[in-house]
Design a protein around this ligand. Structure first.
Ligand SMILES: NC(=O)C1=CN([C@@H]2O[C@H](COP(=O)(O)OP(=O)(O)OC[C@H]3O[C@@H](n4cnc5c(N)ncnc54)[C@H](O)[C@@H]3O)[C@@H](O)[C@H]2O)C=CC1
Ligand SMILES: O=C([O-])CC(=O)C(=O)O
Length: 311
């Protein structure tokens, strides 16, 4: 029987649990939150939607009782503060590091072999925190950002070209922040290089909009996004539980790949039943390498802040 725990029953966590149930990705989905009753309530609401939307996945809620999460195959960590207008993701580090650390300790106690997908921000450094606390191999403690950032990029391109978003294939690398690196050289529309279809100035504008895609939504809503983020995390869970070996950009600790050591960054990987099955190394050109290096430098600075906080 497959079991998934989603920690944090807020906007992203509840959306993720809902998508997991609706798509019948797991038989049991446990939603956990620290706020009394909220996880139980949202789990019950999703379960009551099953007869309408015709699914059999069972959602269960828990207020901080991790015994209910025992033997989860995959755990998604969404607990933590979202940012407000005027804040960067990095501003969340102090509060969210403490939350991610305590949540990871509880998870590991009851599901020592789970694959952990981190969503809380600042994403790359919260993945670092969960990796350190869990003691699991790097291939099993991974971060969700690349699927979301790529989806934004794909949606903007679909709009520009007036084609289905399904036709856009793209890869994006680096940290989940303004230094992320969309790669037009690896972007196609049904196999056609995007550079043959979109003028350079338009493509540059779409890349800029993608980099600040999270901030655009924070400005509009006063808090950050959840539909696309929750769905993106659920897509990672599905790839793992169904051993789909899908190719996604995922955050992992790099150990020599791309000439980078000891830094958590988004890179293309094959995602399957063991978590990250393989990191795909692209032959980047000089400009792409320079952009990735800038992103690495930024993430490393925030990792150093975490080190100073005492992890
Ligand atoms: N990686 C990514 O691409 C994205 C990351 N995020 C991040 O995801 C996180 C969650 O965002 P939202 O769901 O919008 O926030 P939210 O405020 O709606 O939900 C967060 C939930 O976490 C719970 N929580 C806090 N401390 C907890 C603890 N110790 N144990 C269990 N639950 C706890 C809160 O009670 C709340 O229900 C934020 O850090 C946000 O920045 C959001 C969107 C995309
Ligand atoms: O922007 C934020 O703070 C939340 C997030 O990571 C995103 O939506 O990309």
């Amino acid at each position: 029987m497959s079991k998934v725990t989603v920690v944090g029953a807020g906007n992203v966590g509840a959306t993720c649990a809902d998508v997991l149930a609706y798509r019948e990705v797991a038989e049991e989905i446990v939603l956990v939150d620290i706020k009394e009753g909220i996880a139980e309530g949202k789990a019950l609401d999703i379960w009551q939607k099953a007869p309408i939307n015709q699914y059999d996945s069972r959602t269960v809620g828990s207020t901080n009782d991790y015994s209910k999460t025992a033997n989860s195959d995959v755990v998604v960590i969404t607990s933590g503060l979202p940012r407000k207008p005027g804040m960067t993701r990095d501003d969340l580090i102090e509060t969210n590091a403490g939350i991610v650390k305590s949540v990871t300790e509880n998870i590991i106690k009851y599901s020592p072999n789970a694959i952990i997908i981190v969503v809380s921000n600042p994403l790359d450094v919260m993945t670092y925190q969960a990796h350190l606390t869990s003691g699991l191999p790097r291939t099993k403690v991974i971060g969700m950002a690349g699927i979301l950032d790529t989806a934004r990029y794909r949606a903007f391109l679909a709009e520009e070209l007036n084609v289905s978003g399904k036709e856009i294939q793209a890869i994006l690398m680096g940290g989940h922040g303004d230094t992320m690196v969309p790669l037009p050289r690896y972007t196609t529309v049904a196999g056609i290089p995007v550079t043959e279809l979109v003028a350079k100035d338009k493509l540059d504008a779409i890349i800029e909009r993608t980099k600040f895609g999270g901030g655009e939504l924070v400005k509009l809503m006063g808090t950050s996004a959840w539909y696309a983020p929750g769905s993106a995390a659920a897509q990672m869970v599905e790839a793992i539980l169904k051993n789909q070996r899908r190719v996604f950009p995922v955050c992992i600790k790099l150990e020599g790949e791309y000439g980078i050591d000891d830094c958590y960054l988004g890179v293309p990987v094959i995602l399957g039943k063991n978590g990250i099955e393989k990191v795909i190394e692209l032959d980047l050109n000089a400009e792409e390498k320079a952009l990735l290096e800038t992103s690495r430098g930024h993430v490393k600075e925030v990792m150093n802040v975490l080190d100073k906080l005492g992890k």
